[in-house]
Design a protein around this ligand. Structure first.
Ligand code: SF4
Length: 399
């Protein structure tokens, strides 16, 4: 289990600056980061474009493009998506809990620049929500700011599900695919992004494009937050320059040798990590899980598949029935029945691209890469089993 306060830094601390001493109240926040500059919409667009800033949720959409897609006037809301529904991710709740003012600086600065009358922060972690509310009592931004609780389900973190929940509806993605920049909160133009994106915007506003670009990749400079867990000695949240080698992060966290899952339960398995650098969009929401070699990989994958299937919002057939079939396929596969392997391949070919949200596609990516990377383990199961118990290295909510 990853503890909330396990933070570390490779290189320069930016969004995690000052957190080695614990939560930053308003005064310590200002000592650490300095005052927040007032920027215009054109400033935010120019800065985001200059550093190629991408959203720090799963989709990695360029921030400058999102800003450009908004109309010139009548922007209804800025929404901070703090639902962090990937079960292993900790970075966003950590920021909301320990550095709430940095997130608020980014969100309020942008809301003011866009002339948005509403700033909504969607969060399901009680400690993070309490920290935010305390932070709001320490500042006067002259804006209508609301902290709203959202459900903890996996698909409840999808942008359109968050908007639906904020409007009092069910926290599931609606059937239609509409961009929040066109039809967002109350079907009006909305800028919605993930918690870390707003913290990075606050850092960018202070450092400017040149200062921000002094570390990381040329194509997307700066730092990134990663959550590392599984078979590691030092689990937690790490700030690194963008483009850091994956092996450096694994070594830093004391990871056991073995396969690695990159990008969480919608990500992909890697048999080898050498030569791989961590950058968006591949790093997705920044989750790295080391599996180690003591546990049965197929049994671990089966546990996650059951959970992924339970998280379907139940409105698209290929998702509901497809994921349930895959649970059954992997159950037979773990028991050494070759029909499970054949059926899993067949179902994985049928599911992608047919749901109203990315859940079936992401789940299929996770499972297809598992079949590839654990091919030798599949053969062992056909021959009677791999001889390893399932230790539950992969965290599954509710277990
Ligand atoms: S694809 Fe699945 S999770 Fe997504 S909206 Fe449809 S049923 Fe819900």
């Amino acid at each position: 289990m990853i503890t909330m306060h396990a933070t570390s830094v490779i290189g320069e601390a930016r969004v995690l600056a000052g957190l080695d001493q614990g939560r930053l109240d308003r005064q310590r926040h200002t000592w650490t980061h300095g005052d927040a500059p007032q920027l215009t919409r054109a400033d935010y667009t120019k800065l985001s474009e200059a550093v190629g800033l991408r959203g720090r949720g799963g989709a990695a959409f360029p921030v400058a493009l999102k800003l450009a897609d908004l109309p010139a006037k009548r922007i209804e809301a800025v929404v901070v998506n703090g639902s962090e529904s990937e079960p292993v991710s900790r970075k966003d709740r950590l920021l909301l809990t320990l550095a709430p003012h940095l997130v608020l600086d980014g969100a309020t600065g942008l809301a003011r620049a866009l002339g948005a009358p509403h700033l909504l922060i969607a969060v399901h972690d009680a400690t993070a929500a309490m920290s935010l509310r305390e932070a709001l009592m320490e500042r006067n931004d002259g804006l209508a700011i609301e902290v709203r609780d959202t459900p903890a389900r996996f698909v409840a973190g999808e942008a359109r599900a968050v908007l639906s929940a904020l409007e009092g509806g069910p926290a599931v993605p609606p059937g239609r695919r509409v961009l929040p920049t066109r039809k967002g909160y109350h079907r009006r133009p909305t800028f919605l992004s993930n918690v870390e994106t707003f913290a990075q915007l606050a850092v960018l506003a202070r450092l400017g494009a040149k200062g921000f670009s002094s570390t990381g990749l040329i194509s997307e400079p700066g730092t990134q937050l990663l959550t590392i867990g599984g078979a590691v000695q030092r689990p937690g949240v790490i700030e690194t320059p963008t483009g850091v080698p994956l092996d450096t992060v694994l070594q830093f966290a004391g990871a056991e040798p073995g396969p690695v899952l990159l990008g969480g339960y919608h990500g992909r398995w890697l048999a080898r990590t050498d030569g791989l650098t961590l950058q968006r969009p591949e790093v997705s929401a920044g989750i790295i899980l080391a599996l180690g070699t003591d546990t049965c990989p197929l049994g671990e994958v089966h546990r996650v598949t059951q959970w992924l299937s339970s998280q379907s919002a139940g409105q698209c057939g290929p998702c509901v029935f497809g994921l349930a079939s895959l649970v059954d396929d992997f159950d037979r596969l773990v028991k050494g029945d070759p029909s499970g392997w054949h059926d899993a391949h067949r179902h994985l070919g049928l599911i992608p691209g047919r749901g109203a949200c990315a859940h079936p596609d992401g789940s299929a990516r996770f499972l297809a890469s598992a079949l590839e990377v654990f091919a030798a383990d599949v053969q062992r199961h056909f021959a009677g089993g791999c001889g390893r118990p399932v230790h539950g290295v992969l965290e599954v909510p509710g277990e």
